[in-house]
Design a protein around this ligand. Structure first.
Ligand SMILES: NC(=O)c1ccc[n+]([C@@H]2O[C@H](COP(=O)([O-])OP(=O)(O)OC[C@H]3O[C@@H](n4cnc5c(N)ncnc54)[C@H](O)[C@@H]3O)[C@@H](O)[C@H]2O)c1
Length: 461
């Protein structure tokens, strides 16, 4: 890809799961991108060409963009501010105890821009922030700078595990703008990406998820507050679909119906569609739980009735207990039992374990006196930082077979492709008792039962 119509230098502050793919995507589009982060270890690693987390294709793209000079890692964020025309704010927005969002990192970046801007800049709010944060950013910037600047809200919808694909083939680019100059700059910035979208049939992942609409339909210009609310609404609706199908799964379990078939039956309706209708142990990760809680707090503060979303969050929280209950019903008390765990990442394709349901399940098992043998293709190092350091209670295993060895049951908690084609006969030989509890409905119950296992899924007869 090449950037046409003159050059724009792009600064990206915060090189995490959103900032790094965004920076590299814009570099791949032909722009010169300067990345900065206040984590010096991360900065050093990136400068050496090492991706700081697992994301398919990211390491390779990083190497190429460093080599062709389109991406540079700056030791001092202030330099990235001074040298850039457009500045993306991609820093963390962690939740506070009460569910509201801690905006201190966003404020720090706004102050940094206010102090070091040497002319007009477009500041892009890419982090997910409460509504009207853009107003706070522009106030902070303008209090510290005499240069006139604009803030644009450009929420991110990438999926971890598919981040590189999604920044290069976005389903939508939402721009919340309140000035023609900022709008023109942002449209120019995204033009090379929109001009290079794959044609129908060209990209297997776009085909798989039905991302086929024309470039012209993918750009939506709104006011800033609307753009902020679009992001929250999207995540709230995705969470709602998951809790909804999990509620249906519970109903299936009491009636003998099959939730996978119910989901398929409703998903064929184009008004409903098939996505985000997989029953399981609930949603996790660094976004959905935090964003749903923050949406509830924001809306409550405005006097909006959010009982629907409160139910969504409560259903999700109960998934873990319901899941562990299935294990107790099968094995009896868990004290002294060995449980194999397949999958730690909050979803496949990432090593991210932030707010992963797996960790909640494991801490419940440990609290009840079980020992766990865990396996994950990518996320073991990150899980190690968060799980108890007792090697007699938590053992990290090199394969799903090793994790199952001596186990009274195995739990499938992340639906990695690696687990799709297991040798059930071999597993039966190594396990203490042949029990599989499938938290993601990954396996074919007939196959597993045919190998002599007791199989328990979610909402399946
Ligand atoms: N992870 C996702 O899938 C996803 C998707 C859409 C939106 N978001 C939102 O994007 C934002 C970033 O999320 P993430 O997953 O990339 O987080 P992350 O923790 O992976 O990355 C954040 C980065 O910002 C850096 N940082 C924090 N404060 C800084 C500061 N003052 N100056 C410079 N760098 C700073 C951190 O060191 C870290 O590298 C959040 O608001 C999140 O809700 C995340």
């Amino acid at each position: 890809m090449t950037a046409e119509h003159g050059s724009l230098t792009v600064g990206v502050i915060g090189l995490g799961h959103v900032g790094l793919p965004t920076a590299l995507g814009l570099a791949e589009a032909g722009w010169h991108v300067l990345g900065a982060d206040d984590d010096q270890a991360r900065v050093g690693k990136l400068a050496r060409g090492a991706a700081p987390f697992y994301e398919p294709g990211l390491g390779e793209l990083l190497g190429r963009k460093l080599a062709d000079g389109h991406f540079r890692v700056m030791a001092r964020p202030a330099d990235a501010v001074a040298e850039s025309d457009v500045l993306f704010v991609c820093v963390s927005t962690p939740p506070r105890e009460d569910g509201t969002i801690d905006l201190s990192h966003v404020k720090q970046v706004a102050e940094l821009v206010g102090r070091h801007a040497n002319g007009y800049k477009v500041v892009v709010e890419k982090s997910t922030t409460p509504v009207r944060t853009a107003d706070l950013i522009i106030q902070t910037v303008q209090q510290l700078s005499d240069h006139r600047m604009d803030v644009v809200v450009n929420p991110e919808f990438l999926r971890e595990g598919r981040a590189v694909h999604d920044v290069l083939h976005p389903d939508r680019i939402i721009l919340g703008v309140e000035s023609d100059r900022a709008r023109a700059t942002m449209e120019r910035l995204y033009r090379p990406i929109l001009d290079r979208l794959p044609a129908p049939g060209e990209c297997a992942e776009c085909e798989r998820i039905g991302r086929r609409h024309a470039a012209g339909e993918r750009l939506l210009i709104t006011d800033r507050t609307t753009a902020e609310l679009i992001k929250h609404t999207a995540n709230a609706l995705l969470a709602t679909r998951i809790s909804f199908i999990n509620m249906i799964a519970d109903f299936c379990e009491t009636t003998g119906a099959d939730v996978a078939q119910v989901a398929r039956g409703i998903g064929l309706d184009p008004r409903i569609g098939p996505h985000f209708l997989h029953a399981g142990i609930g949603y996790g990760g660094s976004c959905l739980p935090k964003d749903v809680r923050s949406f509830i707090r924001m809306a409550e503060a405005q006097g909006v009735d959010v009982s629907l979303l409160r139910a969504v969050a409560e259903i999700n929280e109960r998934r873990i207990e319901r899941f562990v209950d299935k294990l107790r019903q099968t094995l009896g008390p868990l004290s002294g039992k060995t449980i194999g765990v397949w999958g730690l990442a909050f979803k496949p394709g990432t090593d991210d374990v932030r707010d992963a349901p797996s960790l909640k399940v494991i801490s419940r098992l440990l609290a009840e006196g079980a020992t766990v043998r865990v396996h994950d293709p990518q996320a073991m190092d990150n899980a190690r930082q968060l799980l108890p350091q007792d090697s007699r209670r938590v053992e990290y295993c090199a394969s799903p077979y090793e994790a199952a060895t001596g186990a009274h049951a195995v739990l499938l908690l992340t639906e990695w492709d690696e687990y799709r084609a297991l040798d059930w006969t071999r597993l039966r030989r190594v396990m203490a008792s042949p029990v599989v509890i499938d938290g993601r409905n990954l396996f074919d119950p007939l196959d597993v039962r045919a190998a002599g296992f007791e199989y328990i899924g979610i909402g399946r007869p």
